[in-house]
Design a protein around this ligand. Structure first.
Ligand code: NAP
Length: 249
């Protein structure tokens, strides 16, 4: 895979932990200057930056809540001006707040939608003007198998991720004349904090449903994200790439 990202700036939302962390590290290893976004855990973001710098890469940590439209436009706008544009955006920040619909409150719905869906809109909006100007950009949105297949207890989460599929396809069509590709990566279960609350019974049940017989690793996802950013993927846009061990085909 040809991937030379020297002189390119990448913004990875939720780049401080889990899948986003591995994406940030991998992009930095290919030469990108990586903006590691976090919402509240600055220490984790600093740790990720430290690991990147130790490996010879560069970047900085940027704290903002992706769901805050004004804050995202201001901070990302300033960064884009200072760094002469942001060429790569990975909309990875996401949360779960599960519960059966009968018990799901308005706040449970709104918070998940605000971060997973509106956050993707906010960040895409903030970088696209610069990408248009430079007639180049790579955007990858992290969705979920739950957004494609549905899952009991995840009406809010799966709706937010399904909506990002529509957003991905619409923006791919809008942006393609400007040399910008927009794709989505759809993980199944990946070993990170977000699934740390699954009890042993649930883990066993889900494992049995995965044809490849294991949970995903962060590098399974980051490798595909890097491929979508590479020259080899320059003719791919508006796609959803499943990386789920076969749990949903
Ligand atoms: P994770 O380990 O819980 O990490 C979540 C990341 O998102 C953290 O860096 C967190 O930063 C950040 N974040 C949360 N709310 C934010 C906000 N409002 N603004 C900015 N950043 C925010 O999650 P993960 O498992 O790596 O998940 C990454 C993405 O993959 C998510 O979109 C998730 O839905 C998707 N996904 C994960 C799985 C899985 O099994 N792991 C499966 C399918 C899809 P702070 O620590 O500062 O809050």
């Amino acid at each position: 895979m040809k991937l030379e990202l020297t002189n390119q700036v990448a913004l990875v939302t939720g780049g401080s932990r889990g899948i986003g962390k591995d994406i940030a590290k991998k992009l930095a290893s290919y030469g990108a200057y990586v903006l590691i976004n976090y919402a509240s855990n600055q220490e984790a973001a600093e740790e990720t930056l430290g690991e990147i710098e130790q490996d010879g890469g560069s970047g900085r940590v940027v704290g903002f809540d992706v769901s805050d439209f004004d804050e995202v436009q201001r901070i990302v706008g300033e960064l884009s001006n200072e760094l002469n544009g942001i060429q790569i955006l990975v909309n990875n920040a996401g949360i779960r707040n599960d519960g059966l619909l009968m018990r799901m409150g308005q706040e449970d719905w709104d918070r998940v939608m605000d971060i997973n869906l509106k956050g993707t809109f906010n960040c895409t909006k903030a970088v696209c003007r610069g990408m248009f100007k430079n007639r180049y950009g790579r955007i990858v949105n992290i969705i979920s198998a739950a957004g494609e297949a549905g899952n009991p207890g995840q009406a809010n989460y799966s709706a937010s991720k399904a909506a990002v599929i529509g957003f991905t396809k619409s923006t791919a069509k809008e942006f393609s004349p400007r040399g910008i590709t927009v794709n989505a990566v759809s993980p199944g279960f990946v070993e990170t904090d977000i699934i740390a609350d699954l009890n042993e019974d649930m883990r066993k049940k889900y494992l049995e449903a995965i044809p490849l017989g294991r949970f995903g690793r962060v590098e399974d996802i980051s490798g595909v994200v890097c491929f979508l950013i590479s020259e080899g993927a320059s003719y791919i846009t508006g796609e959803v790439i499943r990386v789920n061990g076969g749990i949903y085909m």
